[in-house]
Design a binder for this molecule. Structure first.
Ligand SMILES: Nc1ncnc2c1ncn2[C@@H]1O[C@H](COP(=O)(O)OP(=O)(O)OP(=O)(O)O)[C@@H](O)[C@H]1O
Ligand SMILES: [Mg+2]
Length: 319
């Protein structure tokens, strides 16, 4: 797929503009290949990709933590290398790894982060920030007494301490339970309502589905596709019903033609692909028609296209 097919639009409303970005690590591994990306002001963009896809590398370069091998990044119009301070000031980063000083008090660690950006002290702002993240009553707790989920919130507070316009969240919900994940989504939603542009990476399709406006799929250092969520989910949201027959058949009976079934080589399974989001999946009718066609079911099962399948399909289409 050519870069022009993916994301780089006119860049008019792009708060972050990435052009031709590449990264080859010292060991020769090419982690990013010619990435073009426009992040729109005010959006929630989810970058979906498997381990090693290059998500953290991309974010780290935009935030100025890792040097690119080629290409340019503008944040709010400022070059991320030549105008590092200006560019970095606009960015908040919640890193993938939980890295917090153990004994520091919550409010101190957040205030310190603000200070690092040369912003004037503002205890009221910090207190409000902690409250917005449901950490109001933890302000004077040592960080090491907090649960993992609360520590993540502290990381978000730190990332927001200097009032950035763009917030990068690198796998904010990896390894957290369902309830906390939903809390995190609510927090992210509120931040967006405050006008913060949000980019998060995730392995979870349902996470992208729950909160993103746009979804980018990244694999092996390339952005394979980037689209409005609904469009992408419609494309990816395929599910399969596998019907195992008691007796093998040679051809699909004519009365089942409309279902576009696939018959396996052995002739004992029929696979029906349908859209999860469709109001009517056609399954009931299919099962009826299968019986009416004189076929006897042995077993049925469903499978949903996993992220893995989706990547395989995207990569195939890419070749
Ligand atoms: N410092 C480094 N030196 C060499 N290779 C690296 C370095 N950091 C990352 N890589 C490699 O670059 C590729 C992309 O890594 P990256 O951390 O960006 O992926 P990711 O999409 O964030 O993965 P994950 O979902 O596991 O966090 C991987 O193959 C990784 O092994
Ligand atoms: Mg990562």
């Amino acid at each position: 797929m050519k870069a022009s097919d993916t994301s780089a639009e006119t860049g008019v409303n792009a708060i972050v503009q990435v052009r031709g970005l590449s990264k080859t690590y010292d060991n020769g591994h090419q982690a990013l290949k010619n990435i073009d990306l426009d992040i729109r002001e005010g959006e929630i963009l989810a970058l979906l990709g498997p381990n090693g896809a290059g998500k953290t590398t991309l974010i780290s370069i935009i935030c100025g933590l890792v040097n690119a091998s080629g290409g340019t990044v503008l944040v709010g119009g400022y070059d991320h290398v030549k105008q590092y301070r200006k560019s970095r000031e606009l960015i908040g980063l919640v890193p993938q790894e939980l890295a917090l000083g153990a004994f520091e008090l919550v409010e101190n660690t957040v205030a310190l982060s603000r200070g690092l950006f040369g912003k004037s002290k503002n205890p009221e702002f910090i207190q409000q920030l902690l409250e917005n993240l449901s950490l109001g009553d933890k302000a004077t707790s040592p960080v090491n007494r907090l649960s993992g989920g609360m520590k993540r919130r502290v990381l978000i507070a730190k990332a927001l301490s200097h009032e950035p316009r763009v917030l990068f969240l690198d796998e904010p919900t990896a390894g957290v339970d369902v309830e906390l994940r939903k809390d995190m989504w609510a927090v992210i939603d509120e931040l967006r309502a405050d006008g913060v542009t949000i980019i998060l990476t995730t392995h979870y399709i349902e996470e992208a589905e729950a909160i993103a406006d746009r979804v980018g799929v990244i694999n092996a250092g390339e952005i394979l596709v980037i689209e409005d969520k609904q469009v992408l989910m419609d494309k990816l949201g395929k599910k399969q019903l596998v019907i195992e027959l008691r007796e093998a058949i040679k051809t699909i009976p004519a009365e089942l033609e409309e279902f576009n079934l696939q018959l396996c080589e052995v002739g004992n399974t029929l696979t029906y692909t349908y859209d999860i989001r469709a109001e009517r999946t056609g399954i009931t009718r299919l099962l009826n028609d299968v019986q009416n066609a004189g076929l006897t079911l042995k077993d049925i099962s469903t499978s949903q296209s996993s992220l893995e399948d989706i990547f395989v399909n995207l990569v195939k289409a890419d070749a």
